[in-house]
Design a binder for this molecule. Structure first.
Ligand SMILES: [Zn+2]
Length: 506
């Protein structure tokens, strides 16, 4: 049999290298191959196309996969890699295992729907579809091959149709989910020959983890710390990020390098003011929100504001089946909560429930709500950037209504409808219809699931000895450029790896 592994310990950066999304790293020793994260590239069409680039490794040779948390940009390609031959276990905390089930089944459904839509379009407009496919294939070739032009010229036309296929199906997701194994925080577990992993709370969303990997082979022992997505200290419900004091190598996220979040108290105050204003105006408060993490946090803060008598009782509609599912999982994992949330539970309070909240189950009920004329009320709906989901119909129904306030409580990616509205556009197009913006628009920046720059640096200061090398990952180039000198100022050696770069761990 040919030697499967290289004789040196290596780490390959297969995603979240000079981008925020697509987290994926391959650790190779002379005895094992372990994938850490397997996330989807999201955002611009250019980024999304990277999901289609042929894998840089043979998935059937990977022994195990380690997942930090349930967000799609960390777990979204697991069914793809599994369908292509990965046959090992996927390790994550038990909370992450459950949340990931929601995320991957939803993602598979969206993949299938998108492919079906694309195929209908191609049947109706074969010429336009071919032009689009050629453009996409050229871009894909540019990502894959140095000599893009030649690759495109030589590509047989048949090869283009796969761009219309779903990246994976519900059956693929279900098969991949059967490989998941839940493990406990803090328990060092052997996950491949000579490789152990310890999961430490990252304080980002329920179940999120920093992973400390110890790898041993003929060249020696190394400890590699993968920060995953680091949360903020004092985020409600969940615990603070765990301090890590040592490691030979460190991969640290840099989403908010160079940026500072608004204080949480200010965010809560603004939220309270929006609730009171909408109540007083007999209006509608509409909050686009990510289903996992942000929705639970907002409901928690609304419940606290109400309990403290700071705001009047504005009826709440929670309009996201995925958020409702995620909240049920949060409830089952009260063992992961921080002391404040646990104390509330112990005193008989229900910190994840807003009194009298309505869970909107089907889409018809969701649309009927805005037409009912019964006011005031507030809606928390997915998705967070108004690029799809039930929130789009609410925006469409109410955007021309001055009594509606659109309140952004999360990050709006460049080029999204959310970002356009946040920047104050006067007209938008939804489903081909031009709509004037007459509603109010406000933003709160202080709710974030990610540490800002000073919080990232605070976490790094816990290291008693600087790692041999710190790889700055999971950030846009501007954030990384701002962040790197500040990490160096702490005495850390740093590098910002390129996509598909391989480094030797000496
Ligand atoms: Zn995340």
């Amino acid at each position: 049999m040919l030697a499967r592994h290289h004789s040196r310990m290596r780490l390959r950066f297969l995603g979240a290298a000079r981008t925020v999304t697509g987290s994926q790293y391959l650790l190779e020793t002379d005895r094992a191959r372990v994938l850490i994260e397997c996330g989807m590239f999201q955002g611009s069409p250019h980024d999304v196309l990277r999901n289609r680039v042929p894998l840089a490794y043979d998935p059937s040779t990977v022994d195990a996969l380690l997942l930090t948390h349930a967000h799609l940009d960390h777990c979204g390609l697991i069914p793809h890699v599994s369908a292509l031959g990965f046959g090992g276990p996927v390790y994550a905390t038990r909370g992450t295992v459950e949340l990931t089930r929601l995320v991957l089944l939803d993602s598979a459904k969206l993949q299938e729907e998108f492919a079906a839509k694309h195929q209908r379009f191609a049947r109706k407009h074969p010429d336009r579809a071919e032009v689009e496919d050629r453009a996409a294939a050229a871009e894909l070739a540019a990502e894959t091959d140095e000599d893009a032009e030649e690759a495109t010229r030589n590509a047989p036309p048949e090869a283009l149709t796969y761009l219309r296929e779903p990246l994976y199906t519900t059956a693929d997701a279900t098969a991949a989910l059967a490989r998941f194994t839940g493990i406990e925080y803090g328990a060092e577990t052997e996950i491949a020959p000579g490789v152990t992993a310890t999961y430490l709370d990252a304080g980002h969303i329920l179940g999120s983890a920093i992973i400390r990997v110890r790898a041993r082979d003929n060249t020696g022992d190394r400890t590699i710390v993968f920060s995953g997505d680091l949360g903020r200290p004092n985020t409600p419900i969940i615990r603070d990020p765990t301090p890590v004091r040592e490691g030979d190598y460190l991969l640290v996220e840099s989403t908010y390098g160079g940026r500072t979040h608004e204080p949480q108290e200010q965010a809560i105050k603004l939220l309270g003011e929006a609730v009171s204003a909408s109540y007083g105006a007999k209006g509608v408060l509409l909050m686009p929100s990510f289903a996992i993490g942000r929705t639970q946090e907002i409901v928690y803060e609304l419940d606290r504001l109400l309990a403290a008598g700071t705001v009047p009782h504005l009826p709440l509609y929670l309009d996201s089946p995925m958020a409702t599912g995620a909240t049920e999982i949060y409830r089952r994992y009260a063992g992961y909560f921080d002391d404040d949330a646990r104390a509330l539970l112990a005193s008989g309070e229900t910190p994840l429930d807003y009194p009298g909240a309505t869970m909107v189950q089907d889409a018809t009920a969701s649309q009927a709500l805005d037409e009912s004329g019964v006011r005031p009320y507030m809606v928390v709906a997915s998705n967070g950037m108004i690029t799809g989901g039930r929130i789009v119909q609410h925006v469409k129904a109410l955007i021309g209504d001055p009594a509606m306030m659109l309140l952004f409580v999360g990050y709006q990616g460049e080029g999204t409808l959310g970002a356009q509205l946040q920047q104050g556009t006067k007209q938008v197009r939804i489903d081909g219809e031009a709509l004037d913006v007459a509603c109010g628009v406000r933003s709160i920046s202080g709710f974030s699931a990610h540490a800002d720059e000073s919080e990232l640096l605070g976490w790094l200061r816990n290291f008693t000895v600087a790692p041999k090398m710190t790889f700055i990952v999971h950030g846009d180039p501007a954030a990384q450029t701002a962040f790197e000198p500040k990490v160096r100022a702490l005495g850390f050696a740093t590098t910002v790896p390129r996509w598909r770069e391989t480094v030797e761990l000496t």
